[in-house]
Design a protein around this ligand. Structure first.
Ligand code: GTP
Ligand code: MG
Length: 301
């Protein structure tokens, strides 16, 4: 029996559907998903088995023109994930086509193309007519010599099995990198913080989701089998704290309930979740916040 194993990085513009695809490939929600851009902040690994191949998918933050230190660290993490992978899948949204952002990514591919295969996945094909896809496939392949092109819907699952089968064949022969039943390697405290950040991102408007971070402060295993989890939400201003709490604490209560329900499902046991909001004007410039997110502070320089 020949086993194969390796890393497949999913890259693309923010909102392309990378995290949705990772979750579908793994068969569990490992990476958070929202309809807003810049949801994922660090590399998130998810493990999928395909026959005798173990595919370690690496979800990455979206690639965009960074402005802040956090943005730069995110973009560096994404390109770093691509450069470390055996295979890279560039995801492009079918209905948006070749945007300026996609063009910049295509230029960037020249730097990482050596030593790895790069495939194209046109995602969200459920949103367009099939004629569009042929033209887009042709245009994109004229701009970069992709190893292969796949048309998928990460959300509906179209074309995903075919892509996974192809990826499994591209990986180098070798022993598996994770136990066969492992699906993620992010520490549970980070997954829990991400779940809360997802619920905050879904509820809060405009810039606020981009100006906060969530950390798990304490995790206590209780004798009755439940877990008591304390999390801190860092915001930048007093006004932001008020918005996160909401009128009579309604917003934070709804966030807490939604995050707790998801955590209970993920852990398959009872969870007591306690959220606290802390004003920290400078958290975007604190290296500890970056290591808690799984990012390299120096990348933001
Ligand atoms: N219609 C449709 N929507 C999709 C598809 N795949 C993902 N989406 C939606 O696109 C939005 C963004 O999905 P994500 O998986 O968070 O995108 P991402 O590339 O991880 O985004 P960032 O983390 O911000 O870089 C969500 O609302 C998804 O439900 C698809 O195949 N079809
Ligand atoms: Mg994402």
């Amino acid at each position: 029996m020949t086993t194969r194993a390796g890393f497949v990085a999913l890259i693309g513009e923010p909102n392309a559907g990378k995290s949705t695809l990772l979750n579908r490939m793994v068969g569990a929600k490992v990476s958070i998903v929202t309809h807003k851009v810049q949801t994922t902040r660090a590399r998130i690994r998810g493990v999928a088995m395909e026959g005798e191949s173990q595919i370690v998918f690496v979800d990455t933050p979206g690639l965009f023109q960074p402005r802040r230190r956090l943005d730069r660290a995110m973009v560096a993490a994404a390109w770093g994930g691509a450069a470390d992978a055996d295979v890279v899948v560039l995801m492009v949204e079918a209905h948006r086509g070749i945007t300026e952002g996609v063009e910049r990514i295509l230029e960037g591919l020249e730097n990482i193309g050596e030593g790895r295969k790069i495939a194209l996945a046109i995602n969200k094909i459920d949103r367009v007519q099939s004629e569009v896809l042929l033209g887009l496939t042709k245009d994109l392949n004229e701009r970069y010599a992709f190893a292969d092109t796949f048309m998928i819907s990460a959300e509906k699952g179209y074309g995903v099995d075919h892509l996974r089968g192809w990826l499994a064949e591209q990986l180098p022969e070798g022993p598996w990198l994770y136990p066969e039943d492992q699906i993620a390697d992010l520490p549970m405290r980070m997954i829990a913080a991400e779940m809360t950040r997802e619920k905050l991102t879904l509820r809060l408007h405009q810039e606020l989701p981009y100006q906060l971070t969530v950390e798990t402060e304490n995790w206590e295993e209780r004798k009755d089998g439940s877990a008591k989890i304390d999390q801190l939400i860092y915001v930048m201003r007093d006004g932001h704290k008020g918005i996160v709490l909401g009128k009579r604490g309604e917003t934070i209560k709804a966030v807490s309930q939604a995050a707790r329900a998801e955590l209970e499902e993920f852990l398959d046991r009872k969870v007591h979740l306690f959220l606290q909001v802390k004003v920290r004007p400078n958290w975007l410039e604190e290296s500890e916040r970056y290591s808690e997110m799984g990012l390299d502070f120096k990348d933001g320089n």
